[in-house]
Design a protein around this ligand. Structure first.
Ligand code: SF4
Length: 225
């Protein structure tokens, strides 16, 4: 079906409680409302869940875990406030699913974070299979990069997300965690990994691996063209 506009939820003009995706008689913008544009895909997604008990269980446990990450506010009992950092959310979700063996694909630059994370996960009884991005020591010249195109001239191992994924597939991990993979390398990892994946952190070399910081500060207005 040809559509007059594309999905544009990010520029929805209505307040959250008034929206059609939130309230039964809610409002939808004239153009770009994903709920209005794609009801058949929503039906397809729900059918996928209904026809696959394990998929439904996964989705249900994720939503139960989402709710378990909030508690009653000590300041206002009518409100909910967040209780848990993402690492604890990940641990509890894996426990709910009955997972035991966790894969950890990490970037060399976050070696100490990977070590600390693996220790925390192991302290909760998980078995951790970890693979660094430089696995295999394949020089960047393999992809046709010259010395001038490398960060440093000479032998420089490429990030190797496909091998990371293939090893974790071979190791039969229940859930795979991504820690600090670069833009593009993360895409390749996701293309080749089998089974469920969740992200612990993404790479942001400048902003302490918290890219959203660029959206919170006036100093990063140069990002907008
Ligand atoms: S689905 Fe429609 S109403 Fe909901 S956020 Fe997107 S554009 Fe707004």
């Amino acid at each position: 079906m040809k559509r007059s506009s594309h999905a544009s939820c990010a520029s929805c003009p209505f307040r959250e409680p008034e929206r059609i995706c939130r309230a039964e008689n809610g409002k939808a913008p004239k153009e770009g409302c994903s709920t209005v544009l794609y009801p058949e895909l929503n039906a397809k997604a729900c059918a996928e869940m209904e026809n696959d008990a394990e998929l439904m269980r996964f989705a249900k446990e994720a939503s139960l875990q989402e709710a378990a990450c909030y508690g009653v506010s000590p300041y206002d009992p009518s409100k909910r406030q967040p209780l848990k950092p993402r690492i604890m959310e990940t641990i509890e979700f894996a426990q709910r699913m009955g997972y035991h063996r966790l894969g950890l694909a990490f970037c060399l630059a976050l070696w100490s974070e990977a070590k600390a994370l693996a220790e925390i996960l192991e302290s909760h009884g998980f078995e951790v299979v970890s693979v660094c991005c430089k696995v295999g020591r394949v020089d960047k010249s393999f992809m046709g990069l010259t010395d001038e195109e490398k960060i440093f001239p000479g032998m420089e191992p490429m990030c190797n997300p496909i091998t990371q994924a293939l090893i974790l597939n071979e190791e039969k991990c229940d859930l795979n965690l991504m820690l600090g993979l670069c833009v593009g390398h993360d895409s390749l990892f996701l293309k080749y990994i089998e089974g469920p994946v969740t992200v612990v952190a993404v790479k942001d070399r400048l902003l302490g691996h918290a890219p959203l910081n660029a959206l919170y500060s006036f100093y990063y207005k140069f990002l907008k063209k």
